[in-house]
Every structure is written in structure tokens, then in C-alpha cells.
Write a protein that binds this ligand. Sequence first.
Ligand code: 2HA
Ligand code: ZN
Length: 279
Amino acid sequence: MKILQEVENEHVLMAPFVKEMMDTTYNMWKFGWDERNGGNISYLLTEEEIAPFIDTHRVLRTIPLDFPVTELANKYFIVTGSGKYFKNVIEKPEDCLGIIRVNADGNSIDLLWGLEKDAKPTSELASHFMSHIIRLKKDPKHRVIMHTHTTNVIAMTFTHELDEKAFTKTLWRMCTECIVVFPEGVGILPWMVPGTDLIGKETAKKMNEHRLVVWPHHGIFSAGESIDDAFGLIETAEKAAQVYMLVSSHQGGMKQAITDQQLLDLANVFGVTPAEKYM
Ligand code: 2HA
Ligand code: ZN
């Protein structure tokens, strides 16, 4: 006979947002971006989305936050767990994922489902929450923060100068559609220790102007209105970085490239405004 918890889990696994998290983490692992416990996702949910699947009045555990997030009070998220492997989410979602709600005072979170065996939300929760706060101010439809260890973006942070304008320009010039997908360009932090409030604050500051933030020699953060949106941004930047790594290591060197005028033509036709400071 199945115990109640298993029956409950089966019900929660029918939620579309849980399935999206399972599929996405698996895809990201398959891309080779999320080795071991690398990467984390947080996805803002509404009470109406959650209520058909879990009892929002039943709190399993309360987890204190060492950085207050009053702006996110009473908001719900599904998050990946600290130390959990993206590879394993699809098999053990109840261990690797958690549905949480920020308390009314913004000083702690209530766990409503998942993160079994006393697991904790992602070690990068500070960067996620602080970025959510900034992006929600810019875009009321914002919902997802995603972090991953994109191989070619990381490689590029060793061989390309880390100037935001130069880095963005190179990415834009590697694939025709890049400037259309991220016309605001990428932000780049200096190398910093991950998992800290400080890197969270600095990442969020960059999120004021960008939906993509590169952490040199580590990976990338994106912000999106959906999982697809956040994933698509990273996928596009990573593709451009891959092309750059192929081209820049090619013996013959680059024989031609997309010109500044062509970038402007693209922006005009697709109706996007590239960040002026990067043109
Ligand atoms: O979750 O990716 O930056 C592990 C990480 C930390
Ligand atoms: Zn990381």
C-alpha cells in the first residue's frame, strides 16, 4: 500500500511547473552545462497555479534567510535544491526540487513541498531572490532566474577580454539573431566567490540593465518571463560563444564577420533597440 506522502507526490508531479523544472534541468544536464551539482533555477509561481496541487496552509519546515527580501513577501517559488544534481531531478523531483513561500516579514521561507531529507534551497538563493526583486521592478511579467555552467561562455571568459561592450559585440557578431534575442547585451561581473550575498547584490545590480549576466570562469545567469524565455537566452548566448570558440581557434582566422551596419539593419528590421553603450 502506498503511503500518503507518495500519493501526494504523484499528485504534485502532475503540476505543469514541476514537469517544466524536471524537463529543463534534464535538458541542461544533457547539454553538459550542469556537471555534478552545478546550476540552479527559481521560478515564481502564483497561488492559483499551486493550489490545485498542494495545501498551501501546510508548512513542512521554515528556513531562515540571512538576507531579508521583504519585496518578495508571500511570493511562491519552485526552486532547485542545494547540492542536488540536475541529472537526478527527473528521477527524484521530491528530493531535488522544493516549493517555497517567502514569509510575510521576508526573513524566512516556508517549505510547502519537496526538498525531502532536510535538503535546502539552492546555494545561490541570494543571487536568485535579489535578481527577482530587480527584474520584477523592470518587468511585471518576469518569473524565472536560471544559472548554469555553459561550457563555451566559460571558455570565452578565459580568452576574450572581459569588457562588457567588447564581449557583447563579439556575441552579437557570432550569430545573426543574437542582437534580436538580447539587444540589451550582457553584463559581466568580476570574478567573485559564489554563493554569497555579495555576488547576489552585484548580480542583481547588473540585472537592472541586462537579462544575461556572465560570471567569469564560472557560468551565466539569465532572467525570463518563462522557463523557455530564460533558457532561450542562455542557449543563444552559449551558441554564439561556441561559434566564437570555433572561429577564434581556427587556423585560418576570421575571414569575414557581421558588420556594425548589419547589426543596425537587424535591429531596425526586428524592431529592437540595442544598448546604445554597446554600439
Ligand atoms: O549550485 O552552480 O554556483 C551550484 C552552483 C553554484
Ligand atoms: Zn554555479
